[in-house]
Structures are given as structure tokens and as C-alpha cells.
Design a protein around this ligand. Structure first.
Ligand code: AMP
Length: 211
């Protein structure tokens, strides 16, 4: 089974992708995480991608598709994939349909003002990229990643002015994808402002219904 998680930055896609991954044994494929790994490299490409990520703009389709294809070919993705952060444009949605079968698309619906507040409270592990929220999803030990013990930080593109730009780009370029998937009956909308446990039980119920 292949699923797409759609929603604004900070809507909870990464968190839900991890939950589905654990429950269903699918692989979570976050293009943002793949790009952040490349951005750490001390190379021209690494520096180029780092600058784009810091601005909140999109990396080219070519670079993203290349990373995506490599990850898709790995054995851990054989059972199925949860796409998080891809597609981000209708063109990318068309490219994904050419590449593989997308069984369902879960849209996490969260209004902008909630996103802005959430991003201000988001903390991320620079090593394994696990995300936390200071109030609703804090780490067990303050400032330390539960999963790998690394000190948590703030992603440079979670700065308030970059978040506003990312939201603008989301509404302009990514939101039209929802109609694209609705037209083929693959879209399920979930209220992403509910308590985290309720969001995951709704998400898992949709996944169950797709089997
Ligand atoms: P994310 O972790 O999904 O919020 O992505 C972080 C950043 O990575 C985005 O703001 C973009 O700069 C870049 N990015 C992630 N996925 C894509 C994509 N599918 N196409 C283009 N750029 C992307």
C-alpha cells in the first residue's frame, strides 16, 4: 500500500508517518528529511540545497525525484511507502502517478494560525529528524531526543518569517493537489487540530479502510 500525507508544514505529517510506519510496517519517505541529509554535506550541492531549504522555497523537481527514486528502491520500502512532503505541486503528483500507484491521500487539515503557533514550539532532532512539540508532544527528557539521545534544536526554516513564506508557498503550489486527488476519489480529510491520539486513531482508521 502506498499513501500520501498532505498538509501544511507543521500539520503533523512526520508524526503521523512515524505512527503509520510502526503500525503497518511501511517505510516513511520524507523528501524534506532526505534533502536535509544532503544539505549537511560539505559540497557545492549540499550548500546549494541548504540555502534553498533556509529560504522555504522548493528544491528542483529533478533533484527531489532522484532522491525519491533511490529511497523507493531500498528494501525497507518494498512493502509500501508513506510519502511525507511529496508531492508538493500538481506536476509532482502527476510524476508520482507515473512512477508508482498511490492508493490513498490523507489530508491533515490545520488552519494557518495554529501552524504558526505550533512551529514556534517545534523542536527537531538534528540526527534522526524526530520532531517534538514543547506542550503537546514533549520529549521524555527536556531538550533531548527520545529516540537517539541527541540534543534537540530548532530547524532554521522554522523561524517565524520563513514559516509564513512556507505557508504562502503551500497555499499557492501544494493545496491544488487536493483537488487533483479528490477528482480520482483518493482523498481523505482529517481534522489535524484534534488531540494527537485522536488524529492518529482517525489516520489509522482510514488506513484500515483502504486494505
Ligand atoms: P519539509 O521537511 O517537508 O517541511 O521540507 C523542508 C523543505 O524541503 C521544503 O521547505 C522545501 O524547501 C524542500 N522540499 C521538501 N520536499 C520537497 C518537494 N517535494 N519538492 C521541492 N522541495 C521540497
Amino acid at each position: 500500500m502506498n499513501l500520501v500525507l498532505l498538509g501544511a508544514p507543521g500539520a503533523g505529517k512526520g508524526t503521523q508517518a512515524n505512527i503509520i510506519m510502526q503500525s503497518e510496517g511501511l517505510c516513511a519517505l520524507s523528501t524534506g528529511n532526505l534533502l536535509r541529509e544532503v544539505a549537511k554535506e560539505d559540497s557545492e550541492k549540499g550548500r546549494e540545497i541548504k540555502a534553498i531549504l533556509e529560504s522555504g522555497a522548493f528544491v528542483s523537481d529533478e533533484i527531489v525525484l532522484d532522491l525519491l527514486k533511490r529511497k523507493l528502491a531500498s528494501p525497507e520500502c518494498a512493502k509500501g511507502v508513506i510519502f511525507d512532503g511529496y508531492p508538493r505541486t500538481v506536476r509532482q503528483a502527476e510524476m508520482l502517478d507515473e512512477l508508482t500507484r498511490v492508493d490513498g491521500v490523507i489530508v491533515l487539515d490545520v488552519p494557518d494560525e495554529v501552524i504558526v503557533d505550533r512551529m514556534a514550539q517545534r523542536r527537531t532532532c538534528p540526527k534522526c529528524q524526530m520532531t517534538y512539540h514543547l506542550t503537546t508532544l514533549p520529549p521524555k527528557t527536556e531538550g533531548v531526543c527520545d529516540k537517539c539521545g541527541t540534543e534537540l534544536g530548532i530547524r532554521s526554516d522554522d523561524a517565524p518569517e520563513v514559516v509564513l513564506n512556507r505557508l504562502h508557498v503551500y497555499h499557492e503550489k501544494t493545496e491544488p493537489i487536493i483537488s487533483y486527488y479528490r477528482a480520482s476519489g483518493r482523498e481523505f480529510v482529517i481534522d489535524g487540530t484534534q488531540a494527537p491520539d485522536k488524529v492518529s486513531s482517525d489516520v489509522l482508521a482510514v488506513v484500515e479502510g483502504m486494505k
